[in-house]
Design a protein around this ligand. Structure first.
Ligand code: SAH
Ligand code: SF4
Ligand code: F3S
Length: 493
C-alpha cells in the first residue's frame, strides 16, 4: 500500500513553493497525499517565523498531534522551513515527539531524513550554517537548493506556478528574521530559470510568478563577465510558448530602476503590478528599520513607476507599532497611505523577533492595544483608497485568467456558477461563467466594485453568445508564439 503524506504550509509564497517541491520529491519515493494529518504516515509542517503568531500556530498544532504520535510510534513528524532553521534543537525540547527538523536550505534531503529517522528511531536535524559559522561561500552553499522536481498536483491549478529566482536576503531590515532563516542573497542562474519555465510551460503552465525576497535586486554574474538583471530575465523568458503572464514579487524600493520599469511597460506578458513595501511613512522609523531610503525617495519612486508604466497598480506593506513609533510617526504612515493610492496594503503589527537588530537595540514599547488600533486606523485609510482604485475600473474591459470557482461558489455549490481570476494589474475579479473557462483568459466587462473585488460580466460574441477567449489561451502548445501584443480573439463555446 502507498505510504501517505500530509503537509501543512504557513508563511509566504516561498514556503508554498518549497512544499510543492517536498511533495514532488516524496511522491517520487512512493508517497501519496492524505487530506487528514491523522491518516498519514508522514506528517510535515512547513513553517514561518516572520511574526510570533505564525510560530505560535505551529507549536499549538504540534501540541495537538502529540497524543496521536505517541499512539503511533512508527509515524514520522517533521518540522520544515523557517522556524526549523531559526529554533533548531529548541523544537525538540518543546515538542520531543518531532522526528525531523529540516531548515529551508536542506529540503533536498527530506526523503533521506525521513528514512534515517525511521531506521534509527532518533530525531534528525538538517540545518544550514549560520552567517558567521563558516566562510561566505560555505554558508551560501548550505542554503543552495536547486528547485528540481515540480509537482503540479500540489499547485491549486496546473496553469499557474511560482519560480524562485533568488534565495535569501542581505538587506537586514532591523525587524526582520528572513536574512537568518533564508540565508545570504543568491540569484539563480538564468539558464536554470529558463529551463524551469520551459518545463512548466510544457506542463500547461500559463502564468509564472518570479519569487525573491527582493526580486528586483536580481543580479546574476555569468562566468564570462556578462550580467543578467530582472529586466534581462523577463526578456529571456518572455517568448516562451504557452506562457501568457509573468508576475514578480516582492520589490525593494531602492532597487526599482528605470531599466526594470521600461521592461514592465514594453513587455506585454509582464503584469502591470508592482508590490513595493514601504513599511512606514516616517523617516525616523525607516531609519531605525534600516530600510535605506526616505519617504521622499519612496514618493519620487512611486511617481516614476506611474510615469514609466501608465496604469500600473502598486501595493505596499506597512508595519505599525514598531519600536519608538510615536503617534506623530504613525500619522505620517496614514498620510502616506492617503496620498499614495495603493491598490491595497498589507498591514502588520510589529512582532519582535529574537536575534534581530531591532530586538537587540530597541524596546518593544508600543502596547498591543495601540498596535491594534493603529492597524485598524491605517486599514481604514487604505480601504477608502482601495474602493476608489477599484471603482475606477467600472466600465472597462479587462483580461482575466480564470482561476476557478469564487469563494462564494465553493460555499454555495448550488447557486449560480461564479468564477474568479486576476486582471493584469492583479485585481481580483468575480463573474458568472462555465467551469470550462477555467485556465483560459477571458474578456470581462467590469460593472461593479468593492474595496477588494471587481465584479463583471464575460464579454460574449454577438453572434454565438459564447465567451470571448484570447486565442493564445485556447491553444495548448502553440508552435509559434504570437508576436508580442498581438492577441486575437476567438470564441469558445
Ligand atoms: N521580502 C519582502 C517581504 C518580507 S516579509 C520585503 O522585503 O518586502 C513580509 C512582510 O512582513 C514585510 O514586508 C513586513 O511588512 C512584514 N514583517 C516582517 N518582519 C516583521 C515583524 N518582525 N513584525 C511585523 N511584520 C513584519
Ligand atoms: Fe526582510 Fe527587509 Fe529582506 Fe524584506 S528586504 S526579507 S523585510 S530583511
Ligand atoms: Fe515566513 Fe520564511 Fe516566508 S519567515 S514570510 S516563510 S521567508
Amino acid at each position: 500500500m502507498a505510504k501517505k503524506l500530509f503537509i501543512e504550509t504557513v508563511g509566504c509564497q516561498m514556503n508554498v513553493l518549497d512544499s510543492e517541491i517536498v511533495v514532488g520529491t516524496l511522491k517520487k519515493q512512493g508517497y501519496e497525499l492524505a487530506t487528514e494529518a491523522t491518516d498519514a504516515d508522514v506528517i510535515l509542517f512547513n513553517t514561518c517565523s516572520v511574526r510570533q503568531h505564525a510560530e505560535d500556530k505551529i507549536y499549538s498544532a504540534l501540541g495537538r498531534i502529540r497524543i496521536h504520535m505517541d499512539e503511533n510510534p512508527h509515524k514520522i513528524l517533521g518540522v520544515l522551513g523557517c522556524m526549523a532553521q531559526k529554533d533548531q534543537e529548541l523544537i525538540l525540547r518543546r515538542a520531543p515527539h518531532v522526528d525531523v527538523v529540516c531548515g529551508t536550505g536542506q529540503l533536498g534531503r527530506i526523503a533521506e531524513l525521513i528514512e534515517d529517522a525511521k531506521s534509527s528511531g532518533k530525531p534528525q536535524l538538517a540545518l544550514s550554517l549560520g552567517r558567521s559559522d563558516a566562510s561566505k561561500d560555505e554558508v551560501e552553499r548550505s542554503f543552495e537548493s536547486y528547485d528540481p522536481s515540480r509537482e503540479t498536483a500540489m499547485r491549486p491549478n496546473s496553469f499557474q506556478a511560482f519560480v524562485r529566482i533568488m534565495f535569501g536576503c542581505d538587506k537586514f531590515c532591523t525587524y526582520c528574521i528572513v536574512p537568518s532563516t533564508r540565508g545570504p542573497e543568491q540569484s539563480r542562474s538564468p539558464d536554470h530559470i529558463l529551463a524551469e519555465v520551459r518545463l512548466l510551460a510544457d506542463q500547461g503552465c500559463k502564468e509564472i510568478t518570479f519569487l525573491g525576497q527582493t526580486v528586483n535586486s536580481y543580479y546574476y554574474k555569468h562566468g564570462d563577465g556578462r550580467t543578467t538583471t530582472l529586466a534581462g530575465l523577463f526578456n529571456l523568458i518572455h517568448d516562451t510558448p504557452g506562457i501568457e503572464r509573468i508576475k514578480f514579487v516582492t520589490n525593494y524600493p531602492k532597487d526599482m530602476d528605470d531599466e526594470l520599469l521600461d521592461a514592465v511597460r514594453e513587455l506585454p506578458k509582464v503584469c502591470k503590478y508592482l508590490h513595493v513595501p514601504v513599511q512606514s511613512g516616517c523617516n525616523e522609523v525607516l531609519k531605525r528599520m534600516k530600510r535605506l531610503y526616505t519617504v521622499e525617495y519612496y514618493i519620487e519612486m512611486l511617481q516614476r513607476c506611474r510615469e514609466k508604466v501608465p496604469g500600473v497598480a502598486v501595493s505596499s506593506d506597512f508595519i505599525v507599532g514598531f519600536c519608538g513609533e510615536t503617534e506623530e510617526s504613525f500619522r505620517r504612515s496614514c498620510d502616506l497611505v492617503e496620498k499614495s493610492m495603493f491598490k491595497n496594503s498589507y498591514i502588520f503589527k510589529y512582532s519582535t523577533r529574537p536575534g534581530t537588530k531591532a530586538d537587540d537595540l530597541y524596546p518593544d514599547d508600543i502596547s498591543d492595544a495601540t498596535k491594534k488600533r493603529r492597524n485598524n486606523d491605517l486599514l481604514a485609510y487604505q480601504d477608502a483608497n482601495s474602493l476608489i482604485d477599484h471603482r475606477a475600473k467600472i466600465g472597462s474591459v479587462v483580461d482575466i485568467l480564470v482561476e476557478g470557482p469564487s469563494k462564494l461558489a465553493i460555499k454555495h455549490p448550488d447557486g449560480p456558477r461564479q468564477l474568479t481570476g486576476h486582471t493584469m494589474t492583479d485585481h481580483i475579479t468575480v463573474f458568472d461563467g462555465n467551469d470550462r473557462l477555467i485556465g483560459n483568459t477571458v474578456k470581462v466587462l467590469i460593472e461593479d466594485a468593492t474595496a477588494f473585488t471587481l465584479f463583471g460580466r464575460i464579454v460574449t460574441d454577438e453572434v454565438s453568445g459564447a465567451a470571448l477567449v484570447s486565442r493564445e489561451a485556447t491553444i495548448a502548445k502553440p508552435s509559434v508564439t504570437p508576436a508580442a501584443g498581438r492577441k486575437s480573439l476567438e470564441v469558445i463555446s
